[in-house]
Each structure stands twice: as structure tokens, then as C-alpha cells.
Design a protein around this ligand. Structure first.
Ligand code: B3K
Ligand code: ZN
Length: 882
């Protein structure tokens, strides 16, 4: 077997041909669907003359091929496993092909596949080549006309991109529908759906007064779960008009919910296809977090209509051009719809826990990678979340108004084109006059920059000297890094007044007021900023709002942190001060656990929490975040060698100590936030519920009778899934199996018919810290409702166990690792994209003690010995590379 080879950004060539129009006909049948394609091709003006026409195609069985109506004979074209080549193609031609494909056998869920008897597609990044022979690359954009033929009874609904233009009856119980998409698009945005679906409809009038019909298509039993998605869609449409001046451009916008889907959703032009988990909600079945996810994903896919579809990527190395920008847009949308500080805290927590870990591991890659083996492996946290942080930094550097001008220029100049990251950043430079040359390094350098900050207050001169030293650690293939252009937003909080002091920067150009935003531009490896007229000794508040995706160290004492926790006007940094304070306590306790020394709780942390609980925040949602301790995964990120047991023990100790010391306060918060109001996913209600459930989690951590009783009552009251799930989780994760088991059984029986609730039922059990968790995973894998073919189930059972149950996954007998390797080996054959994702925790083996390292490495080697998909091959090779 030849090893899969990488593709390089530097090798980019414009396509030899372009396609002006694509006509497709699908004759749908589960095991033998016929796809006829008529491609209007012409030589690309920028390409060298005489190049052959090479079309992509995989797993296709070619039945017929003709050029301009003339059948081609053997010898006039060449086929291999991945291409169809025509050596002497004319400069202009109509190429007709007919292929047969097998959607029923498609377990990779890429291309055309079946989900619950319904046909659907996933073409990004390179799934279209599993449907027909094509120039399957994003810089080939064509208008599409698509006819879908299917059984009238089984497949009453036939959908594709654009506008419906014709439908009718055919012999043999079949019918057809023809769709036309007038907007030229790359093949990755193509979609077909056919099934027995029902819809809910609504209308939207765009800012220029056009009427748009909105449809959400679901299986009949889910018709009552679409309201929130529809509301979110309309809110997203208004938001994009008001915030970015972007209007929708077709008469119809459709969303379809499918049960088997590799990712969250897909922005196909006019026909978004969604994982049902990212669209369906009901108070009884979906948690607040699920409601917020739906809002965010509906927004994200809708926003792609401009950032991705109208203006798309030249090649897949530019993926973050559409993803980073669109994540930034969806994060801003959610911030505007809910509590903005909480949204920022959640996004940063996720980034610092998961993306920083990726950036420090063997699969670290730049936001614009320079090579890949399998592009599906690059739909990563780095491309998405770090990519969004880069766009956010641009917004911070330019200010919103100028950033918006840059965005307008980008959309106007490149509408209908496939472009690069330089094109986007170039617009930002042009409208602002800023030199963003150094800033571009954010796209090419992998790794999380680290800033060591050091401050000195000079009483005599009333100056504060802040020295910032930056360094980006080496990452695979990038041993040496250059200094980046980093926006560091700061404040100085006066220790006497407790208030923000005016900022005057004393630089080469004399004194300059930093009042607007307080952003320092760090460009050198080391730079000292002199702030003058500082009337009193300050505590610096650094990296406000998390102004750059970096790790910032400053030698804060516990007193400084308690002070910032009380006084910082920056909500994000106030939360972060609390997290830092908790980390200091946790570090000591981790050391104590290791050394077998008695654990002693940090009184200052207890007092800080008492302060939070007794002088409650105005923003209850922020308070809930402040009361949440850093996760085990985040704590692990801060340790040089991860000690899973010590981290778990230390965190449990802090939680229990706080619960014992502040039991009455937690109880009061719990009771104050009880409510009988009819469920609504409103910011106020969500804040109340999260605060109440955080309080309950403290009470349950010590399992006192009152806490157990409250959890049980809350579970039985069954007001909504947020409360039910929170209570059930606390019961199942406790040692009270006498109460947990009946509750779990009742829940499982009640919801056996609802796959999204059953996903939660699986997750709750396998994340329990008790030592039987691994046995439960094995037992549940044999449950009739479990299937490796359904990505949501795999994530709910295996993903939850390996990512959220660290003490049990990292068992010293290596059984957790072996179980994951078994799953990866099976999924490698069924669904390589999911296999290559689920393996992640094993790739981080270098972070652990020697014994665990050896065990994890042995499983990676076992996987490597298999006949691997390019997806898993690429990840395992990187994980084992020296
Ligand atoms: N653009 C899709 C990505 C799907 C690719 C899967 N291989 C999801 C999104 O970012 O909106
Ligand atoms: Zn996206």
C-alpha cells in the first residue's frame, strides 16, 4: 500500500477548466442511484493551453460518457480510483457522464447517503466527487440546475439548492422535482434531500422589501421542536442586515434536520442541512445549552451565505477565511442575543481548554495550514476558534466602524469569487491604513503565544512600567517563531480608589492618551510600556476581554486577585481573576495530594466565594460562571505533567470545602432561584437556572440529605430538561445509586423513542466519576440503542467518556485506552472522519506520566498497524512522530 501523500499550499494552480453551468439528474434508489451530469466546460483563461481535463471522482461506477453528444470510446479517457482524465479535450465542451452510486453502503456520511430512510448529502469538503465526476474544488463556481427523481410514496419530498422550477409525475410510481440555483457556487455547497418529511413555514421580509419563504423540514414526530430554530433564523436574518448590511438573496431558505451527521450543520446554498441535535428543541427534551447551541449554529450557517457562499475560499488552505470570520459573526450574534460577558467567558474557556491543547500537541497547525493529507482533519478548533480570535483582534485593532468598512469592501469587491486570506486582511489594511504585515503571522505560525508580564510602580515619578515579553513555543515543523503583533488591552485599577486610572502612554511620540480601549500594541519580543501620571499604586488588569488568544502570566498575589475580583470593571477579567485565584489554591492542593500531605483549603478562596454569594452580581449569569471552578481539562492544561488523579482529588476537595463552609449561602441561592414560570430560553431564565443548578452541584458534592432531597425533587418535578438533566446528572454522579438507578431507569424508559434525549442518557452515565464507569461504557455499547454508525451516539457514549471522564479514561490498567483504540479501529472502516476526531485524547500521550505514556503509545501503535484511512493515518503519524 502506498502511503497517502500531502497536498501543499505552495503548489496551488488555477484550474485548467472552469464550469459555467452544471445540470444534474438524480434517479434515487438506496443501493443504485443513477447520477447524470451535463457539465458546460471551458478552458480557464489563466491556464496553460493544452492541459488535460482531469475530473475528480471516487467510488463511482461510470456507465456512460460523452462529449458534445458523442459517446467516448475506451482509450479516449482514462480512469483511476480518484480521477477521470481526458487528454485532448476541446477548449469548450459539454461533458455528459452517467454514474451509479450506492448511498445505502455509505457509512462515511460524505457524498450522498441515507439517514433513517431519507436521502441527504454532505459535500464539504470533497464529498461531491463521490456523487459525480467533477472539478471538485472551491475555485470552480457554476450555476446548477438539478432534477431529483424518486419514489412518490417513499420520497414525497425532493429538495435541492435554489428555487423550485418544475415538478411532476413519472411512470412506475415515481415523481420528480427540478431546482435552479442562479448563484454560481462551488460543488461543496451542493445539496440534495429526499424523504418523507414535513415542514413548518414562516416568512421574512428583507431590508429591501423582498419576501423570503422560510422552511424547516423534519420527520413528522419532530414538528413540535422547530420553533426555536425558526425564531433564531429570523433573528439571524435581521442581525446580519443590521450589523453587516447583508441581505438574503433567494426567495426560499430551507433547513433540514437529519439524525446521522458528522458535524453540526452545513451551509449548502438555500438548503442548510443540520444535525438534528443542532436544530431540534423542546423544553422537555433540550437543555438551555442545547437551545443556545441551536441559536448559534442556525446563525452560523445562515451567516455563511455571505461569508463563505457569496465570497468563498480559493482553496481549502483558506478554510479559516470563511470559518474564522463566520464563527466571529455567530459569537457576536449570540452575545447580542444573550448575556455578552457570559458568551465571552464560555468562548474563551473553550478556546483555552481545547484549542490551546490542540496548539500544544502533535496536530498543532497554523490557522492557514501549508499542507494536509486529509482536509477533513482540518475542521479544527484552530481553524474555527483561533481563526475567530484573529478576526476579533482585527476588529479590536480597527474599531468596529472601520472593521465594518473593511467587511463591506471585502463583500463588494469579491462577491461571486473564490479568494484568499490576504484578500480579506488586505481590505482591512486598506480601509484602516494600518500595516498588517506582521499581523499576518497569526495565520502562518502555529502554537499559543506566551506573554510574561512584569510591572513596576515608580512612586516618585508616578509612572507604571509594564514589560511584556512574548514567545511562541516550537510546534511540529516550526522550530523558530517570530514575534507577533498582539493587541493587549489593559487597565490600571487604583489600589486606594478601587477605580480605573486614566492611561497615558509615554512613548517615542510623546504622551498619548490610551483612554479609547487601552490597547497596547506589542510587536517586539520584549517591550516596556511606560504609563505616566499614575496617581496611585495600581493593580494591572491585563488582556481585558481576552484581547488576544495568548497565555499571559503575571505574578499576581492572592490579594491582587481578590482585589480584581471585586473591583475590575472588565467583566471578563473579573471572572478570570476568580479563576486565577482558584488555580493558585488548586496548584497547592495538587502538590499536597502528590506528596501525600494533608490538604488544607485556601481561606482566601472561601472568602472570595462568600463575597460573591452574599453580594450577588447584577448579572446572575456571570455569577454562575464565577462560581464554577476551572474544569479538570483546563487545570490539566496548566500542569507540566498531567496528574489526572491529583487534579480530580484537588478539585473535589475545593468543591466540597466550599460547600461545607458556604452551605447556607448555596442553599439560599438555590431557593432564591426556584421558579414556576413557563419555560423560555430567555437570558434571564437561563441565568436563574444555571445559578440554581451550580448551587445544587455544591450541595450535592457533599451529598448531605438536603442536597440529595432537592436533587430528587427537582428531577421528579420535571419542569424542563435543563433542570431534569442537572438533577439526574448529580444523582448519577453521586454515590447514591439507591436513588440514581431508579431515576436513570425511569428516564431511559420515558425517552426511549427520542434519540436526542437518549444521547443525554448515555452521556450522563458514562461521565460518572465512580470506578464502574468503564464497565458501563462496555455494557452500553451493547445496548440495542447504540450504534457506531451514528455520530451523535458515538460522541454521546465514547466521546463523553474519553473527554469528560478523565480519571476513568486514564485508568492505570490502560483499559480506557484500549477501549478507545478498539473503537477507532472499527470506525476507521465505517466513518474515517469521526474515527480521526474521536482519537484525539490518545494523541496527547506526551502530556502524561511515563506509565500512561507507554500505555497510550502502545494503543496508537496498535492502530497504526491497521490498514488505515488517510484520515486516521495522518493523525496517528503525527501523534507518533519523534
Ligand atoms: N462548513 C461545515 C463544515 C462541514 C465539513 C465536514 N467535513 C460546517 C460549518 O462550519 O458550518
Ligand atoms: Zn462554518
Amino acid at each position: 500500500m502506498t502511503e497517502p501523500q500531502p497536498v501543499y499550499l505552495k503548489d496551488y494552480q488555477p484550474p485548467a477548466f472552469r464550469i459555467t453551468h452544471t445540470e444534474l439528474k438524480f434517479d434515487l434508489a438506496p443501493s443504485n442511484t443513477r447520477v447524470t451530469a451535463l457539465l458546460h466546460l471551458e478552458r480557464h483563461p489563466d491556464s496553460q493551453p493544452g492541459l488535460p481535463l482531469i475530473l475528480d471522482g471516487e467510488k463511482l461506477s461510470l456507465q456512460r460518457i460523452a462529449i458534445d453528444g458523442q459517446e467516448l470510446q475506451e482509450g479516449e479517457y482514462r480512469l483511476d480510483a480518484e480521477t477521470l482524465t481526458i487528454e485532448d479535450a476541446p477548449d469548450r465542451l459539454r461533458l455528459e457522464t452517467e454514474v451509479e452510486i450506492d448511498p445505502a453502503a455509505n457509512t462515511a456520511l460524505e457524498g450522498l447517503y441515507l439517514s433513517n430512510g431519507m436521502f441527504c448529502t454532505q459535500c464539504e469538503a470533497q464529498g461531491f466527487r463521490r456523487i459525480t465526476y467533477y472539478l471538485d474544488r472551491p475555485d470552480v463556481m457554476a450555476t446548477f440546475s438539478t432534477t431529483v427523481i424518486g419514489d412518490r410514496e417513499q420520497l414525497p419530498v425532493l429538495l435541492s439548492n435554489g428555487n423550485p422550477v418544475e415538478r411532476g409525475e413519472l411512470p412506475n410510481g415515481k415523481h420528480f422535482a427540478t431546482w435552479e440555483d442562479p448563484h454560481p457556487k462551488p460543488s461543496y455547497l451542493f445539496a440534495v434531500v429526499a424523504g418523507s418529511l414535513e415542514k413548518v413555514e414562516d416568512h421574512f421580509t428583507t431590508m429591501s422589501g423582498r419576501e423570503v419563504l422560510l422552511q424547516i423540514w423534519v420527520e413528522p414526530e419532530n414538528l413540535d421542536k422547530t420553533e426555536h430554530a425558526m425564531r433564531s433564523l429570523k433573528a439571524a436574518m435581521v442581525w446580519d442586515e443590521q450589523t453587516y448590511g447583508r441581505e438574503y438573496d433567494l426567495d426560499l431558505f430551507m433547513i433540514v434536520a437529519v439524525n446521522d451527521f458528522n458535524m453540526g450543520a452545513m451551509e449548502n446554498k438555500g438548503l442548510n442541512i443540520f444535525n438534528s441535535a443542532a436544530v431540534l428543541t423542546h423544553p422537555q427534551t433540550a437543555t438551555d445549552a442545547a437551545y443556545q447551541r441551536v441559536e448559534g449554529v442556525v446563525g452560523h450557517e445562515y451567516f455563511h451565505n455571505w461569508s463563505g457562499n457569496r465570497v468563498t475560499c480559493r482553496d481549502w488552505f483558506q478554510l479559516s477565511l470563511k470559518e474564522g470570520f463566520t464563527v466571529f459573526r455567530d459569537q457576536s450574534f449570540s452575545a447580542d442575543m444573550n448575556s455578552a460577558p457570559v458568551k465571552r467567558i464560555e468562548d474563551v474557556s473553550y478556546l483555552r481548554t481545547a484549542q490551546f491543547a490542540e496548539d500544544a500537541g502533535p496536530t498543532a497547525h497554523p490557522v492557514r495550514p501549508d499542507h494536509y493529507i486529509e482536509i477533513s482533519n482540518f475542521y479544527t478548533l484552530t481553524i474555527y476558534e483561533k481563526g475567530s480570535e484573529i478576526v476579533r483582534m482585527l476588529r479590536n485593532l480597527l474599531g468596529w466602524d472601520t472593521f465594518r468598512q473593511g467587511s463591506d469592501l471585502y463583500f463588494a469587491r469579491f462577491d461571486g469569487q473564490a479568494v484568499t486570506i490576504e484578500d480579506f486582511v488586505g481590505c482591512m489594511a486598506e480601509v484602516s491604513g494600518l500595516d498588517l504585515t506582521q499581523f499576518m503571522l497569526w495565520y502562518s505560525q502555529a502554537g499559543t503565544p506566551e506573554i510574561d508580564a512584569h510591572g513596576e510602580y515608580d512612586y516618585a515619578k508616578a509612572e507604571y512600567h509594564l514589560t511584556l515579553r512574548q514567545r511562541t513555543p516550537a510546534t511540529p515543523g516550526q522550530p523558530n517563531k517570530q514575534p507577533l503583533h498582539i493587541p493587549v488591552r489593559i487597565g490600571l485599577v487604583g489600589t486606594k480608589s478601587g477605580e480605573d486610572l486614566a492611561l497615558t502612554l509615554n512613548g517615542s511620540q510623546g504622551k498619548q492618551s490610551l483612554s479609547e480601549g487601552g490597547v497596547l500594541h506589542l510587536r517586539e519580543a520584549e517591550q516596556t510600556f511606560v504609563l505616566s501620571d499614575v496617581a496611585e499604586a495600581p493593580v494591572p488588569s491585563l488582556l481585558r476581554g481576552f484581547s488576544a488568544p495568548v497565555k499571559l502570566r503575571f505574578p499576581y498575589g492572592r490579594e491582587d486577585l481578590s482585589f480584581l475580583l471585586q473591583h475590575d470593571v472588565d467583566g471578563f477579567n473579573r471572572w478570570d481573576a476568580g479563576q486565577r485565584l482558584a488555580m493558585l489554591a488548586l496548584d497547592d492542593l495538587i502538590a499536597a495530594h502528590r506528596n501525600g500531605v494533608e490538604k488544607v483549603m485556601d481561606v482566601r478562596l472561601t472568602e472570595a466565594f462568600r463575597g460573591l454569594l452574599t453580594a450577588p452580581e447584577e448579572d446572575q449569569a456571570v455569577l454562575a460562571e464565577m462560581l464554577t471552578l476551572p474544569s479538570e481539562a483546563y487545570i490539566a492544561e496548566q500542569q507540566p505533567v498531567v496528574d489526572v488523579d491529583a487534579i480530580h482529588a484537588a478539585r473535589v476537595f475545593v468543591k466540597q470545602s466550599l460547600a461545607v463552609a458556604l452551605r447556607d449561602e448555596f442553599l439560599a441561592i438555590y431557593q432564591a432561584n426556584q421558579s414556576d414560570a413557563v419555560y423560555a430560553p430567555s437570558a434571564e431564565q437561563i441565568a436563574q437556572r444555571s445559578l440554581k443548578n451550580v448551587a445544587l452541584s455544591y450541595l450535592m458534592s457533599i451529598e448531605d440529605e438536603r442536597g440529595v432531597e432537592l436533587a430528587q425533587q427537582q428531577f421528579e418535578a420535571g419542569h424542563n430538561m435543563t433542570d431534569v438533566r442537572a438533577a439526574l446528572t448529580l444523582l448519577v454522579h453521586s454515590s447514591r445509586s439507591d436513588i440514581a438507578e431508579p431515576a436513570l431507569r425511569a428516564f431511559g424508559e420515558k425517552w426511549a423513542h427520542d434519540p436526542l434525549v437518549m444521547d443525554q442518557w448515555f452521556s450522563i452515565q458514562v461521565t460518572r466519576p465512580q470506578p464502574d464507569a468503564l464497565d458501563r461504557v462496555k455494557y452500553l455499547m451493547a445496548h440495542p440503542a447504540f450504534s457506531l454508525k451514528n455520530p451523535n451516539r458515538v460522541r454521546a457514549l465514547i466521546g463523553a467518556f474519553v473527554n469528560q471522564n478523565r480519571i476513568n479514561f486514564h485508568r492505570l490498567d490502560g483499559e480506557g485506552y484500549e477501549l478507545l483504540a478498539d473503537v477507532v479501529i472499527k470506525l476507521n472502516k465505517l466513518n474515517p472522519e469521526i474515527a480521526a476526531r474521536i482519537i484525539t485524547p490518545l494523541t496527547r500521550w506526551r502530556r502524561f506520566d511515563e506509565q500512561r505514556q507507554a500505555l497510550m503509545k502502545a494503543q496508537l501503535e496498535r492502530i497504526r498497524a491497521e490498514d488505515l484511512s488517510p484520515n486516521v493515518f495522518e493523525i496517528v503519524e503525527k501523534a507518533l512522530a519523534e
